[in-house]
Design a protein around this ligand. Structure first.
Ligand SMILES: [Zn+2]
Length: 109
């Protein structure tokens, strides 16, 4: 499908994906924060459970929990944010730019 500029009729347009990029960034940050917070409380629980394994097991368990919590949270948040941003791109924002006249517009089929 070719998208033409509604202002000047040029065929030279490109998608912007502003919402997707912004959403992914915000989601990544929020997800990482949530993941780390969850990992910290998880580390406390893990410390109680693995207390019998001694200080080495306790430290390993806490570290692994924190790292995984941050990674998983950040990735999940980024994906969720990107999906939300895609929705914004498609429904709310001007999601195309004309390369001829710099007009931004929504492409609605
Ligand atoms: Zn144009």
């Amino acid at each position: 499908m070719t998208i033409t500029c509604p202002s000047c009729g040029s065929l030279r347009t490109r998608p912007l994906h502003r919402g997707r990029k912004t959403g992914a960034g915000i989601g990544m940050a929020a997800g990482s924060a949530g993941g780390v917070a969850g990992a910290l409380s998880g580390a406390e629980t893990g410390a109680l459970v693995s207390a019998w394994a001694g200080p080495v097991g306790l430290a390993l368990g806490s570290l692994t929990g924190a790292v995984f919590g941050g990674l998983v949270g950040g990735t999940a948040g980024g994906i969720t944010g990107a999906r939300l941003g895609n929705e914004l791109d498609a429904r709310v924002l001007d999601n195309h730019e004309c390369l001829a006249c710099r007009h931004t517009f929504r492409s609605t089929p």
